[in-house]
Design a protein around this ligand. Structure first.
Ligand code: AMP
Length: 250
């Protein structure tokens, strides 16, 4: 069984993002980019399933301009067998990514598709769900445990106030939550070896998908600056301020 893993190139989670001066977008100049953390968890889960003998091949796919090959190579360095780039220019919205992934699913016929639950740049939390609908595949989102069991996959989901376990008939879609696993690091020799692993490139036209945008980014604004704190003299003054200024007690 093949496992397809979707990896997205995003601003590294340690970077404090800045809006461009004209508010037209986030400033990506000289900013460190990485694999979206939830996609790293997706790669790790696919590798563990392959290592356990439940899968034969792990394919990492990314949609974006040629810079996303860096993230595909990183997935290959972590252990994926081959990579696929769907070459697009400019930002791509979840619906377009989902349509492109559906086309890749039709070509590769994976038993399992693993995506992150959300990308940390757009916080969309849409692509896996849209892919499920477009490809008519069952989905287990926000997974904290994935167990393959014959022609089914059991997914434990992190839902409000607890856990829910669902059984999905393969082929199926899983989106990863934070607690699913702890991703490994790529070793230097594996980073070198990854350069020689196969990486195919397709355009949306070759996949028969029109990458038409339905969304326009209107404005990007930083959050309001936090006010500086004050040091109070004593408990009485604190209580007074909580009552009269913050109005959090009466
Ligand atoms: P989102 O719906 O944008 O929050 O993204 C959820 C997941 O969909 C990500 O964690 C990825 O696994 C996948 N995904 C979204 N955009 C892309 C992309 N451009 N290339 C590859 N995978 C993507």
């Amino acid at each position: 069984m093949k496992i397809l893993v979707a990896v997205k190139r995003v601003v590294d989670y340690n970077v404090k993002v800045r809006a461009k001066a004209d508010g037209s977008d986030v400033d990506l100049n000289n900013v460190k980019m990485s694999i979206n953390p939830f996609c790293e968890i997706a790669v790790e889960e696919a590798l563990r399933l392959r290592e356990a003998g439940a899968a034969t091949e792990v394919i990492a796919v990314s949609v974006g301009d040629n810079s996303c090959q860096e993230q595909i190579r990183m997935a290959l360095a972590l252990g994926a067998d081959r990579g696929i780039q769907v070459q697009t220019e400019g930002p791509v919205e979840p619906l377009v990514v989902a349509k492109l992934l559906r086309a890749i699913v039709a070509r590769e016929e994976p038993g399992l598709v693993i995506l992150g639950k959300q990308s940390i740049d757009g916080d969309n939390n849409q692509t896996g769900q849209m892919l499920g609908a477009l490809a008519c595949m069952p989905q287990g989102t926000f997974a904290s445990e994935v167990v393959l069991d014959g022609d089914r996959v059991k997914v434990t989901r992190e839902v409000d106030g607890g856990l829910q376990t669902v059984a999905l008939k393969l082929p199926a879609i899983v989106t990863t939550d934070l607690r699913l696993n702890e991703p490994r690091y790529a070793s230097l020799p594996n980073i070198m070896k990854a350069k020689r692993k196969p990486l195919d490139v397709f355009t949306p036209e070759e996949l028969g998908v029109e990458a038409r945008a339905h969304l326009t980014l209107v404005k990007v604004e930083p959050p309001p600056e936090r006010q500086a704190g004050i040091i109070v003299e004593d408990v009485e003054q604190l209580v007074e301020k909580l009552k009269d200024e913050a109005k959090v007690i009466s």
